[in-house]
Design a protein around this ligand. Sequence first.
Ligand SMILES: [Zn+2]
Length: 154
Amino acid sequence: MNINKVYYLLLIFVFAFQTTFSQNKYEVTKTDKEWKSQLNELSYLVLRKAYTERPYTGKYDDFYEKGTYHCAGCDEPLYKSDHKYNSYCGWPSFDREISDKLEYDVDYKLGYPRTEIKCKKCGGHLGHVFNDGPKETTGIRHCVNSVALVFKKT
Ligand SMILES: [Zn+2]
């Protein structure tokens, strides 16, 4: 077997592996069409296209009932009301997530790196994480779009 053949086979292997890996990355996967029919327009744009809802417009911004916030895409519990606080930034803010429920990514949309947070189960975009959270707890602020969440009373 000459070296070109080996290289060619290796390429095929890498592409096959990448395709398999990306398809299995999330436990919940749907086509764009399926997401569109399941979600309302704004939730779809935020969760699947990484849009941001306008500040001070989300229904959970000024909302402090006791319960759990689930992913609006796949219903996975992501945040507890005990960790929600008012950061006055215009979006629901939490000082931590429920352990191991999020995926972190880097987003350069505004020209500088920001830490993007996604639901680990379906890959839905939730918002961003900043280091200006409450100093007396974690110092971290999860800035989350209301439309990416569904609140459930406990
Ligand atoms: Zn999800």
